[in-house]
Design a binder for this molecule. Structure first.
Ligand SMILES: Nc1nc2c(ncn2[C@@H]2O[C@H](COP(=O)(O)OP(=O)(O)OP(=O)(O)O)[C@@H](O)[C@H]2O)c(=O)[nH]1
Ligand SMILES: [Mg+2]
Length: 460
């Protein structure tokens, strides 16, 4: 258990109805008693816990009112951190929360580090590491589905699966240990068979989790979609049409967009992180040149490219460069400006783009956008993803560890096939167990824990 008492502003800065200052630790109720004055001249401890109590925060040194508040206190261990917790609901905005935090700190609390409340919940054993990480993913979720996946993890969905796979690994190690200690008790062949069977189950279950990670990442961060094309073909117009607002500047001057513009949209339930880029061309203009470089950099990390061409203009070298750039990418080709007389023929372009879906649009007239949106959905999600009853990996750290665990168990299987000595096999099984343990925090080191919580927001 931690000895000191921490405090932080738990709500986001800015104008709002209320703000919340949260205190956790052994002194939190004592501190609250010093600075709180109820409307009906009772002490804080005269009220039951877990109730909102109306009154004032006062400066205990001069008795001056600091704000009108609703305060509640919750006693250990049934709290977020498992410690005594006090929450002060005060007026929103910058001033009230800051004043209250100051007075709380002056009376014995220490300013909480990032994620320290959740870290305490983890260190005190209320939640495991994957659940703590789920909390952060809920806060940073960009979509409803992303939120639901993390909610499932917070409720222990992922932990349960990881623990259960770990249990199988422990059984395997126990079998091996027993036969090393009492070699005459078990017929070796039977043991190898038994271990093999279990190893295959472990492999299957780890793979099943890994298989969800692409969808999980897309749901969490959005499908990274880069709009690419030479200048003036209608890339920014497309972005605006998909966003249904005039986000990017559109003009008939080639080279209008010079930096990348990123926005989140939801298309048929799929979150898209859509990125408009500077038109690709060789240019002497330094700013535009950097924009073109950025466009190409973004291309490398894209899940999907929407390549836009202008059918009213002849195919140029710039178009050909685009065709080359998207060759090995998941891409949809847009033939835009079909309201104008067609100069590029679809057939001609299709010769270069054998495998790509081609959609005709007139963004100006609003034609073809629906078809584009349907195509995106079909490309990435054939079925609907049900997040309620499925474990979906939406955290890159978890995915990396699962991949390591997969490698360990695959190596164990290989060793079993080769009839390697039991203690060799056990090494891989143990490593697999350890890698899984880093997901739920069982085998994780202090510096990794610190690093994980560094990414949290203040006050959580
Ligand atoms: N006729 C016609 N004009 C269009 C269509 N879509 C876009 N435009 C026009 O084409 C011009 C360029 O559009 P933008 O969206 O700025 O093109 P861009 O590809 O973003 O251009 P850069 O940012 O310079 O690379 C604007 O005048 C648009 O109104 C279309 O379907 N038909
Ligand atoms: Mg543009």
């Amino acid at each position: 258990m931690v000895e000191d008492t921490i405090a932080a502003i738990a709500t986001a800065p800015g104008e709002a109805g209320i703000g919340i200052v949260r205190i956790s630790g052994p002194d939190s109720i004592y501190i609250a008693e010093k600075i709180f004055k109820s409307k009906v001249s009772k002490e804080l401890k005269d009220y039951p816990q877990r109730r909102l109590i109306y009154g004032y925060i006062i400066n205990p040194y001069d008795g001056k009112k600091i704000d009108e508040v609703l305060i509640s206190y919750m006693k250990a261990p049934y709290t977020y951190t498992t410690e005594d917790v006090v929450e002060i609901n005060c007026h929103g905005g910058m001033i009230a929360v800051k004043r209250i935090l100051e007075i709380v700190l002056k009376n014995g609390a220490r300013l909480a580090d990032r994620g320290e409340f959740t870290k305490r919940a983890f260190l005190n054993g209320r939640i495991d590491l994957s659940q703590a990480e789920a909390v952060m993913n809920m806060i940073s979720a960009k979509t409803d589905k992303g939120f639901d996946i993390s909610l499932n993890q917070l409720e222990g969905g992922l932990s349960k699966e990881v623990n259960s796979v770990q249990d199988i690994l422990i059984e395997m190690m126990a079998h091996i240990e027993a036969s090393i200690d009492f070699p005459e008790d078990d017929v070796e062949n039977v043991l190898y068979e038994k271990i093999m069977e279990k190893a295959n189950i472990v492999l299957k279950r780890i793979r099943k989790m890994i298989d969800t990670s692409d969808a999980g990442r897309i749901i969490q961060d959005g499908l990274k979609t880069v709009i690419l094309g030479k200048p003036n073909v209608g890339k920014s117009s497309l972005m605006n049409a998909m966003l249904r607002e005039n986000r990017a500047i559109v003009t008939d001057i080639p080279g209008t967009t010079r930096d990348i513009i990123e926005e989140y949209i939801n298309i048929n339930g799929i979150p898209l992180k859509i990125i408009d880029t500077a038109g690709i061309r060789s240019t002497e203009d330094l700013v535009e040149k950097m924009g073109v470089e950025r466009a190409k950099e973004n291309l490398n990390m894209a899940d999907l490219v929407i390549a836009v061409f202008d059918v009213s203009q002849k195919l140029t070298d710039e178009d050909r460069e685009i065709i080359k750039l998207i060759k090995n990418k998941k891409a949809i080709v847009i033939l835009n400006k079909t309201d104008l007389p067609e100069v590029i023929k679809e057939k001609e372009l299709k010769e270069h783009l054998s495998d790509k879906v081609v959609i005709n649009t007139s963004i100006l007239k609003g034609n073809g956008i629906d078809k584009l949106e349907d195509t995106i959905k079909d490309m990435f999600f054939s079925g609907d993803i049900k997040v309620e009853d499925e474990i979906i990996i939406n955290n890159i750290r978890h995915k990396d560890l699962l991949v390591k665990a997969e490698k360990d168990i695959s190596e164990a299987i290989e060793s079993i096939e080769l009839n390697m000595p039991l203690d060799c096999i056990e090494v891989d099984i143990k490593s697999c167990w350890e890698n899984l343990g880093m997901i739920n925090g069982e085998t994780v080191t202090e510096d990794i824990i610190d690093r994980i919580f560094q990414d949290f927001c203040i006050g959580k």
